[in-house]
Design a protein around this ligand. Structure first.
Ligand SMILES: [Zn+2]
Length: 171
């Protein structure tokens, strides 16, 4: 079992209380159909951004040119569009959290529908989708959609860290 610590940061007074949001996000993250159960990860909320592996940051229109949300790998933060959050329903909340979390978990976008006609969670669904049904939970296809470029990048980064540690040791 892997443990991931996350922090929730709010920047919009229209949002529900921190407690209500925390409860909802914890439910999505550790739900039987969620990423956590599928990948063997336990998600725990903490009260310090400094020690968090991941931050959920709710803010109005994080990308000025669109209503999308996005994940920034540099500061490991999910920038979640709070306009969408306050105006849309629970199904959308589930989709938004699981989609952006998928990027944190190194999953890439998918463009084909699932055999039952629903959309994989890694398909963009904020402005509608091309499948019969929208879907917010990760499918087998989403679980397998690991980003090859990111994997290679992490691989080289790992080797680089190893070499630098070895060098420090030798010097
Ligand atoms: Zn995406």
């Amino acid at each position: 079992m892997k443990y991931i610590k996350y922090y929730i940061k709010l920047n919009d007074l229209r949002l529900p209380s921190k407690y209500a949001l925390s409860t909802q996000i914890a439910w999505i993250l550790n739900h039987p159909k969620g990423w956590g159960k599928q990948l063997g990860i336990q998600f725990n909320e903490i009260n310090s951004q400094q020690w968090a592996d991941l931050t959920f940051y709710f803010t109005p229109q994080p990308l000025f040119f669109t209503n999308w949300s996005f994940y920034c790998a540099l500061n490991r933060t999910l920038y979640l569009n709070s306009d969408n959050w306050v105006t849309r329903d629970l199904d959308y909340h589930i989709y938004l959290i699981n989609h952006e979390l998928g990027h944190f978990l190194n999953r890439k976008h998918l463009h084909i529908c699932l055999p039952d006609g629903s959309a994989p969670v890694m398909m963009q669904q904020t402005n509608g989708c091309s499948c019969e049904k929208t879907n917010g939970w990760p499918s087998n296809l989403d679980v397998r959609s690991i980003h090859p470029i990111e994997v290679i990048w992490f691989y080289y980064l790992g080797i680089l860290i190893l070499i630098s540690r070895l060098l420090i040791f030798l010097i």
